[in-house]
Design a protein around this ligand. Structure first.
Ligand code: GLU
Length: 270
């Protein structure tokens, strides 16, 4: 087994990021409760097994659209801010309910770029997250989209989750995607495209493979996941992309099975 896969097995502090395209049905945009419930159960069980889990979740804007019966994402920033404010509560209500069913307590933390970059704010964010973990609870993080505009905005939760993983000295960041991992071509159009098991170095060839676009619901697609991989691995975090639609994938990946694409952490320079 590769060292990176071994790191997944032994990791204690793990950041798990889920995107909107995993949380919502592609056809209707409505929340996929079956998937959400299974995901929360898996996270609760990892917590029971002694792991420290930090959960980064998108889906606020989609949940807000659902709540108000809006089918097409509005174009203006204030409307999206409002939808994020409405949807964040809806989403936390669902998470809180499922976590409680499995005996877990969660704490919501909303961040902006400032919280991860400004040294003072970063220390405060880190202290809050450490305290939540020390209290035995699960931090549930999103970007503070209701107020996070312009230069304080990160814009996508792949990069946000990598910032969190670096800030919290996590051993592993797992990004749940709507695809099995990184392919060496576009599997939707190229039948010979192959899933990569491990990406040792992120070069221009890897960036080309990641392409550009995201899905109808998600923000980043593979491109922001590769940005996240660069940030995470250079901060000593092993990153993994797996399919969030496959129930049990998280547990399998963390027991060392060959699922998804792993990006080995870079050793810290001495
Ligand atoms: N923070 C956004 C939301 O909750 C999602 C950003 C992303 O998709 O990466 O809707």
């Amino acid at each position: 087994m590769s060292t990176a896969r071994e790191n997944l097995k032994t990791a204690r502090r793990i950041v798990i990021k889920v995107g909107t395209s995993t949380l919502a049905h592609a056809d209707t945009g409505k929340l996929n409760l079956y998937r959400i419930e299974h995901l929360i159960r898996e996270i609760a069980d990892l917590h029971n097994a002694g792991k420290e889990i930090i959960f980064v979740s998108s889906g606020a804007i989609a949940a807000g659209m659902n709540k108000l019966g809006i089918k097409v994402k509005p174009q203006t920033i204030p409307e999206n801010q409002a939808l994020a404010a409405i949807g964040q509560g809806v989403l936390m209500h669902i998470y809180e309910k499922f976590f409680a069913e499995y005996g877990q307590t969660m704490g919501q933390v909303l961040l902006t770029k400032e919280n991860a970059v400004d040294e003072h704010a970063r220390t405060n964010s880190r202290n809050a997250l450490c305290s939540i973990l020390n209290m035995g609870a699960i931090p549930v993080i999103n970007e503070n989209d209701a107020v996070g505009v312009d230069e304080i905005r990160i814009g996508d939760n792949d990069n946000l989750s990598a910032m969190v993983a670096a800030m919290m000295n996590a051993e592993v960041l797992i990004i749940l995607s709507d695809i099995d991992g990184l392919y060496n071509g576009n599997p939707k159009v190229d039948k010979s495209a192959r899933l990569l098991d491990e990406v040792a170095a992120i070069d221009s060839e890897v960036e080309r493979m990641a392409g550009g676009a995201g899905t109808k619901l998600g923000t980043g697609g593979m491109f922001t996941k590769i940005q996240a991989a660069k940030l995470a691995t250079s901060n000593g975090v092993t990153m993994l992309i797996i399919n969030g639609a496959t129930v049990g994938n998280l547990r399998r990946a963390l027991s060392g099975e060959n699922v998804g694409t792993v990006f080995p952490r870079k050793e810290a320079c001495l």
